[in-house]
Design a protein. Structure first.
Length: 692
């Protein structure tokens, strides 16, 4: 027969099914400063004794744990919460134990109710109080820890001294036979007394969760952001004589973007564009004189990933651009594309970083039948991978020094997972405010892995999700499953690479529909403009998602003042997002049934429940549709027996609704959507005109 080998054998409590816990603790969850971490677990033991459990948490650089008592829910499920208050990493874990005092108190209360308690019962409780007193005295004799002193918490010693006096007073009452038994019982069952004993009783044979779990804490923009992408070389509307703008020519474009309410300006690569194999319009294999080439063909005689394309200006000009954006309330996101043109200095300096073909040439990028002879992928399988990783890290640090705090990463799924975990972990350890957006339109498991490894936000399949069923199923997965703990979606209706069929055929209403969907389904969304607001929808060829005369290969002059522009509705939608906290989170997204498959309805509410938004959208860009909503009133905190008012923030119309079933009609040729704010009554009279 096996003999017990350690104290662990005497730990009777089981902790399992902890949530959130990503891949058995291999990866952290994500939060932003000020958000709560809600932790649940199954915690149980043999027999009928009462348990106590705490959620332990600390900043990664602190040595001592803070603790929150856990609440028993039902069927051995427990829960507690803590709030993250600063950038960086937090650790959390769980501890549980059989609680002798709570067990005694529960039994004692039953005996008191039954009138069968006696002196020995009181004396047994007093012995457990003595345990707590002895433990507290030991704590006081140990003094205040260095961590406590550093936090300015030495006053806790005074509080523990006061607790000791109170505990001794309670015990004296319990054991004093000259005091009436009723008074002694009242003291033993006092709630404050129970809290004191709980706080200071020794936690013998406590079970700790088998691992410490982590939280990566980002700044608010990681959760809520509104992106606009444009090519700075096309800022020629004010100077039509230019065939290529500089960053210094983009002041009016920045003001234009800011006026629409965007807070992130995303630029394609600003580095020197290679000459060798430079592409012409529509990815033509031969560039003409003056063709600017693709910004993703990075590197030339003037430098590589740390230089600026001379036709765009200088590093000083880039820093000025960053400051101008900041003065307008926006941040600059820079494209991080780890690939090279044939003219990149690394091709000559580090040939081992590339794949060489039998004919002595470097392997260029291909996506058959497409060929990108102007781009050389980096060979991450090189034996010199350590120097390669370090060089790429220095690229990121260089642009951080220029004022960049957000990076949109091009095709991260084509680089090793280990590289990204190392790079992002290193950068965020030094600069926890940095945001990385993964442009990974790839297989689901790969997208999830990249998010787990550290990417702050991620592109999604939203671009191709058009029907109600597709949208409901996909967004529910993103916001209501474990993915919500580590995957922050950023929804894009279009990109320079992708003109979806829906936008090609849906006309102006189609663009408005996709705008409202992206801006309200997710807390972060973006558009590639000006093509989006100008409803540019001509593909290169039938069945293609490439733009005809794509801006990736030529400078475009956009008519920003066009009467057909969606500028005003984009401005309105972004203002609605800023003014309504419900639209700044993903976790409260809930879908509501509609008896028409072309109408989709969903709601969101703020963390405090004070701001509630209901969105109804006609998904058909060609025809008007009507139907009956079936609202889940409980999720909206609406009394089923009352009427309520909703205010359409798009049209300024107001509607009085009663109960869960309400009628809607939407014509895509006027406004294909309602963004409805639930109005709360300020009076209780039957006159429902009193609302705020």
């Amino acid at each position: 027969m096996n003999e017990p080998t350690s104290a662990q054998d005497n730990r009777r409590v089981v902790i399992e099914s902890v949530y959130p816990e990503i891949d058995a603790g291999r990866f952290p969850i994500k939060r932003v400063v000020g958000e709560e971490v809600e932790v649940e677990a199954d915690i149980f033991t043999d027999g009928h004794e009462v348990l106590s459990a705490v959620l332990l948490y600390r900043r990664a650089d602190d040595s001592e744990w803070l603790q929150v008592p856990m609440e028993h829910l039902v069927n051995d499920r427990w829960r507690a919460r803590f709030t993250v208050t600063s950038l960086g990493r937090y650790h959390y874990t769980l501890r549980a134990w059989v609680d002798p005092f709570k067990s005694w108190r529960e039994d004692f209360a039953k005996k008191v109710d039954a009138g069968v308690h006696d002196e020995i019962d009181v004396q047994m409780g007093a012995l457990l109080v003595t345990d707590a007193i002895d433990s507290l005295k030991s704590s006081l004799s140990a003094g205040t820890s260095a961590t406590a002193r550093r936090r300015g918490e030495a006053h806790q010693r005074q509080k523990r001294s006061a607790d000791l006096i109170a505990l001794e007073a309670f015990r004296s009452t319990m054991i004093d036979r000259d005091i009436d038994m009723g008074e002694r019982v009242a003291a033993a069952l006092d709630a404050d007394f129970e809290s004191l004993v709980y706080r200071h009783s020794p936690k013998r044979n406590a079970t700790d969760h088998v691992r410490e779990l982590e939280v990566v804490v980002d700044r608010e923009r990681a959760r809520f952001s509104t992106w606009y992408e444009f090519f700075p070389r096309s800022c020629v509307e004010d100077q039509p004589e230019l065939d290529h703008a500089k960053l210094s020519d983009c002041s009016s474009r920045l003001a234009y973007v800011a006026s629409m309410g965007f807070d992130v300006v995303y630029l394609p690569p600003v580095h020197p564009v290679g000459q060798t194999k430079r592409k012409g319009p529509n990815n033509a294999p031969g560039a003409r004189s003056g063709d600017p080439g693709s910004p993703w063909a990075i590197g030339g005689p003037t430098g590589g990933h740390t230089a600026v394309e001379p036709r765009l200006g200088t590093l000083d000009g880039f820093r000025l651009f960053v400051h101008q954006a900041r003065d307008l309330g926006m941040e600059v996101a820079l494209d991080l594309a780890f690939q090279c043109s044939p003219d990149h200095p690394w091709v000559e300096e580090h040939p081992e970083w590339f794949r060489w073909r039998p004919d002595g040439t470097v392997q260029f990028a291909e996506n058959p039948p497409k060929k990108y002879e102007d781009i050389y992928p980096i060979n991450f399988d090189t034996s010199d991978w350590r120097d390669l990783w370090e060089a790429l890290a220095q690229v990121v640090y260089h642009w951080i020094e220029q004022g960049v705090r957000i990076f949109r990463v091009d095709n991260p799924h084509t680089k090793p997972f280990g590289f990204w975990e190392w790079l992002i972990g290193r950068v965020k350890a030094d600069h926890p405010d940095i945001i990385f957006l993964a442009e990974a339109f790839t297989r689901p498991k790969v997208m999830k892995r990249l998010a787990k490894l550290g990417f702050t936000q991620s592109y999604t399949y939203f671009t191709w999700r058009n029907t109600k069923w597709e949208l409901r199923e996909y967004l529910t997965e993103l916001t209501q499953t474990e993915m919500a703990e580590y995957f922050r979606p950023n929804l894009w209706p279009n990109t320079p690479d992708i003109l979806p069929e829906y936008l090609q055929t849906g006309g102006r209403p189609g663009f408005v529909i996709r705008l409202v969907l992206a801006a309200t389904l997710a807390a972060s969304y973006g558009i590639y403009g000006p093509p989006f607001e100008l409803c540019a929808n001509t593909p290169r060829a039938a069945g293609s998602e490439e733009y005809l005369d794509s801006e990736k290969y030529e400078v475009k002059q956009w008519q920003l003042d066009s009467d057909e522009s969606l500028r005003e509705i984009i401005q309105l939608v972004n203002a609605i997002r800023r003014e309504n906290p419900a639209l700044q989170t993903n976790r409260t997204l809930r879908f509501h049934p509609v008896d028409n498959e072309e109408l989709i309805c969903f709601s969101k509410k703020s963390h405090d429940g004070e701001n509630v938004i209901i969105v109804v959208i006609n998904l058909d860009p060609y025809h008007a549709h009507h139907g009956w909503l079936s609202l889940d009133l409980e999720s909206l905190d609406i009394d089923p027996g009352t009427s309520f008012q909703v205010h359409d923030l798009l049209s300024d119309a107001r509607f009085f609704w009663q109960g869960p079933h309400n009628y809607v009609a939407l014509d895509p040729n006027s406004l294909p959507a309602h963004i409805l704010r639930l109005q709360k009554k300020v009076r209780t009279e039957k006159d429902f005109s009193y609302y705020i």
